[in-house]
Write a protein that binds this ligand. Sequence first.
Ligand code: GAL
Length: 834
Amino acid sequence: MTRRDLLRSSFALSGAALAGPASRAQKLLSAYPAAASADALSAVPPREHLLFDFGWKFFQGHATDPARDLGFGMGQGDFAKSGDFGFATKKFDDSAWRSLDLPHDWAVELPFVHDDILQSHGYKPLGRRYPETSVGWYRRTFEIPNEDAGRRVVVEFDGAFRDALVFLNGYFIGRNNNGYAPFRFDVTDFLNYGAPNFLVVRMDASFGDGWFYEGAGIYRHVWLTKTDALHLGRWESYVRPELHAGSADLNLGTQVRNETHRGAEDCRVRWRILDPSGKIVATAETAQQFVSADGSVPFTASARLPSPALWSPESPSLYSAIVSVESGGKTRDAERVAFGVRSAVFDPGKGFFLNGKSVKIKGTCNHQDHAGVGAALPDRLQWYRLAVLKEMGSNAVRTSHNMPTPEWVEACDRLGMMMMCETRMMSSNPEGMAQLSLMVKRYRNSPSIILWSMGNEEDVLQRSPQGPRVISDMVAHTHELDPTRLCTSAVNGSFQSHFSDGLDVMGFNYSLKVIDSYHREHPKKPGVGSETASTVSTRGIYETDTLRNWVSAYDANHPSWAELAEEWWKFYAAREWLGGGFAWTGFDYRGEPTPYGWPSISSQFGIVDTCGFPKDNFYYYKAWWGREPVLHLFPHWNWEQRYGEPISVWVHSNLDSVELFLNGKSQGSQKVQPLTHLEWKVKYEPGVLEARGTKDGKVVLVEKRETTGKPASIRLTADRTTINADGQDAAVLQVEVLDNQGRTIPTADNLIHFRVTGEGALIGVGNGDPNCQESDKQSRRSLFNGLAQVIVQASRTPGTITVEASTGPWPPPRLPAARITITTKKVMLRPAVA
Ligand code: GAL
């Protein structure tokens, strides 16, 4: 039995305000550009990089019954001859298939099924025992004009779950067998010019990569790229800034590939370096070189930036380089890569330094799913999630346990968040090395990435003789591709083995008891808390209730292997040599329903829930990670059934002292001890609980929790009321129920119905309840402890979206409907396949 199987039994209850809607900085939340995708920006003419997300058809196939899987695999001969796959030709009729746009995750649409084997998937029926819901077919018809003859045309997937078989115009094109790395196929030879083309992708999610919710289907973007046959190699361009006093030397490199079949081409590469405002501040070019037919040749050069603006979480200055290959006076291919100038150093005795300044990593680990949409996040949600974490004072994320989507990395680069970037498969086998190479090449220009992670808790490798060999191969390969960054791995157990010898930086998962002795024995090895905490809590719950699968939200509960927020952060803050750490997790995620199990469908580790609504620990971190004064008082003050009983009242604050009042009567003042919370026991009576926080002798913040009345109205609030009319941008709406004095009711659980009209659609709903099995895709949702979330996505026609929220005919009470209007504005659309 693994530890994960023991979730329920090993959960140690060591020890119950609503974390009201967080006061998130509106500025941060609204930060989202008109063309958000780095990929969309990366193409420079004559290259075309076209979004291939719109206008797909979808069909749920069958993993074991060919008759229900388009006859695929019925006999022996499917792959016998080239060009025989009828479902990818004109003669196939897909009119009965469902129309959808990507990204798409079919797992989130499935019903929940009570089968313990499905725990990790959040009880969604995927796997070999669920063949009828584990295979999905995607089909897209598109035209390629005659003028494209002679260009190279590539279909590129940012990642899809999990086993992909790709067909075009009847031909088998290729396969991909992992859920996170990008894959691409040059389809030039198989195209129909001046005629329709039929692209088909069969996704089989029968096997998983992880032990957490992974989604199913083409859940990231797809692109169609057209280049000259003499072109830059994909993800071969790098900019390596080397920081010296006052200036930066840029080592520039790329690779040119000649697929013209016309013989050698004589070419040179040029770089134009643009500062954050888009002004050209440096240029470089190489000598001419011949690239033989079907050959690839590396090109390098250097440039200097006299006084670069440095990248940091506080000031994420992004430069870009336009790289072009020129031949005979003509630009044949060009791309733009974003980069930043910064130094990142791990010192074994003094911890982590960014740009020469000591910085503690205040990080969170995160999986990639969100309420309502599963693994298929619109790009905007990546920015939204990041803004929530930044608002907490966090400066880093770990992409546990897989290569991230490009938009998560881009959001980190552009909003300022450091990143520990992790590959999925720890192995030096061809698949493992390929995943690693793709990750490093894909993201090595991103300034946010400060560490590469070779993987997570590989129990067998950590204790076996193969482990050190595998790790040293992976680390050497990473250094070869990126000599500027260090490598770590998230290690748990076997700390005495030689596994960690090959790591540049030791990553500790939990294990507070062994960290000091490890450091004594390895004084030259820098360290970071690759995974910490795993504190569990249910948002808005203040009494653990094992029958309802609730865990109180006081910082009081964790499974046996884990730590409270206060425990781990005090530990790391007290040790200069440790670079900081990454709490498990920032967001709750589907699957791994710890600490309970069915009917819980998501984990309860998050500092915020699956919607991003803060739990109370959010304010512990905000107090001790952030810079603003914090005063957070909990629990809520609606305890009708507990009149006269003592209630535990907590405050997270970084002020000097806090005095608590109930209905105007002082309950005592307490001095704030750094990195600690304050606690009172208060006999319940309805009314107003008030905390007054003092700094330098003056009351600077006051927080109240009031006993609220009955539901009287609904309130809808949008993160942004103007979004891009690009078919992808989304508004995130918060739903609350108020009493007749306009106060949010922190315990409200009303079922709210939504009607979305105009230029947009509802793409998902959620409420952060780890036990809620209502559909993510229906247009109604119960509030959980006062809150629900609705995500609406814009169409490509500018106009308005109106969202109406109302209570249905049942259950009572009927509340007046609330309405909000979102404007969708005309923006330059990303170039897309028609
Ligand atoms: C860790 C593991 C994570 C998650 C966590 C739960 O050991 O790396 O993926 O399972 O435990 O506490």
